[in-house]
Design a protein around this ligand. Sequence first.
Ligand SMILES: Nc1ncnc2c1ncn2[C@@H]1O[C@H](COP(=O)(O)OP(=O)(O)OP(=O)(O)O)[C@@H](O)[C@H]1O
Ligand SMILES: [Mg+2]
Length: 195
Amino acid sequence: MTKLSTEGLTRRFLGLVAVNDVSFSMAEGEILGIIGPNGAGKTTFINLVSGIVMPSAGRIEYKGKDITYAPAHERARMGIARTYQLIHPLENLTLIENVMVGSIFARGNGLKEARRKAEALCAELGLSGLDRDTTRLTILEIKKMEIARALATSPRSSSWTRSWPASTPTRPRTSSRPSRRSPWSGGSRWASWST
Ligand SMILES: Nc1ncnc2c1ncn2[C@@H]1O[C@H](COP(=O)(O)OP(=O)(O)OP(=O)(O)O)[C@@H](O)[C@H]1O
Ligand SMILES: [Mg+2]
């Protein structure tokens, strides 16, 4: 069954066409990658699907509903989660509190349940020192924390973009990606990577 689809999705920035007439569909449980050179439009596409950027033309459907112009917070509550290419930690919160935000905001969980869920996700992603301030985390730990925060929303579709800048000479290939054995398996996911 198709979960997420776009039809003719287009986004222009003045004269520049960043995403051009993209029609795509994704089924329940499917894992897809978007690969392209720098500037190809991968992040803009993910921004369009998650509601950070609105399209110039085209349509987006999620679970049979037109979400083309739905605000980002509504999409998050419907089950669409994403992480960012550049890190976005909530700097006044600790590691565990950053993750708890996902389920408190998107699922309305209380503090106790949010902490339990956040601890399980952090353990799964290999994060420890959960009461550390975000200024004491490495970039890799912050990327993992942001994946955990997205997963704490109990998404049915999630996306994460590459964790290392294109200029990094040796890029780890797998260490920040959740394994398929993880407790959140079952939803649809896509990832974007630069070549
Ligand atoms: N807010 C914006 N305003 C103007 N131009 C933009 C904006 N966002 C993206 N662009 C342009 O749209 C094009 C696609 O950018 P995008 O960031 O989606 O590419 P990308 O495939 O994610 O690249 P990278 O591999 O470098 O992350 C680029 O030419 C970029 O400069
Ligand atoms: Mg990008």
